[in-house]
Write a protein that binds this ligand. Structure first.
Ligand code: ADP
Ligand code: MG
Length: 263
């Protein structure tokens, strides 16, 4: 099962969600692969030292014959592997443009890798460019984190339109798994209003779980730790654990519906 975390706005909690959702799923005994597709490499740097990385997402796209084992790294979290991003990923889009299969590279490359994992989680860059499109073409599901602040929904129309375009041709199976309210601050009326508005717009697509603003979540990456190792008793730890439960439940529900339909 492949889940892309996408929103072309920066700073909405994509990376924080990718890291901690992946760690929570690994903690639930799911063999989990995290793929960092943002050239900024924040996801990567919260697990690996730059000097230990010899190849990563860029090579996954551009060197189809390279052994996948040279691209996949084990993290300190049991059951969690990562395909890291390096700065060369910034050159990828320019390189892909013009290839007739430019949107399908990731889907193709993952084919021989996915069977080794129960779950693949893709962190995407803050653009709707080819890297994000590749992620949506490869994925079964997309999770959209939305920051509970002013202009929260600004840009989501473009994202939903891109998802619809991908569904209409390259990947009809793509489904919006859920919209996640992030950086929530219970004390402010604005945050509560935005949360209510998101629930009104997205109905049951909005996850019940809300991720509260927490300094612990912000600090964890600098210590190269997921929230579960860094601050297991924090609100962020409880919330991302709850999100993982909700995500896995939604995924399983779809999977069993699929089987019922096929029968
Ligand atoms: P994106 O990947 O969408 O750009 P990030 O996950 O990198 O977003 O988050 C942007 C910034 O906000 C980072 O500094 C991150 O540590 C911080 N952040 C994300 N979620 C939270 C949260 N729930 N509470 C506090 N800080 C957060
Ligand atoms: Mg990010």
């Amino acid at each position: 099962m492949i889940i892309a975390i996408a929103n072309q706005k920066g700073g909405v909690g994509k990376t924080t969600t990718a890291i901690n959702l992946a760690a929570a799923c690994a903690g639930r005994k799911k063999r989990t692969l995290l793929i960092d597709l943002d050239p900024q490499s924040n996801t990567t740097l919260s697990f690996l030292q730059p000097e230990e990385i010899n190849a990563g997402a860029y090579e996954l796209f551009t060197e189809p014959d390279r052994d996948a084992r040279e691209i996949i790294y084990q993290t300190d979290v049991p059951g969690l592997s990562i395909i890291p991003a390096r700065i060369n990923l910034a050159k990828l889009e320019a390189k892909l443009i013009g290839d007739f299969d430019s949107a399908y590279k990731l889907r193709d490359r993952l084919q021989r890798i996915v069977s080794e994992f129960d779950l693949v989680i893709i962190d995407t860059p803050p653009t709707l460019g080819l890297i994000t499109v590749n992620s949506l073409v490869a994925a079964h599901y997309v999770i959209v984190p939305i920051q509970s602040s002013y202009f929260a929904l600004e840009g989501t129309d473009d994202l939903l339109e891109t998802i619809e375009k991908v569904r209409s041709r390259p990947n009809p199976e793509l489904e919006l798994l859920g919209v996640l309210v992030t950086l929530f601050d219970r004390r402010t009326a604005l945050s509560r209003d935005v949360d209510a508005h998101i629930r009104q717009v997205f109905g049951n697509k909005a996850f019940n779980t809300v991720i509260t603003r927490s300094v612990r979540l912000e600090e964890a990456p600098a210590h190269k730790k997921s929230i579960f190792e860094f601050a297991p008793k924090s609100s962020g730890s409880a919330e991302y654990e709850q999100l993982a439960k909700e995500v896995l439940k939604r995924v399983q529900k779809r999977a069993s519906n699929g089987r019922a339909n096929a029968a």
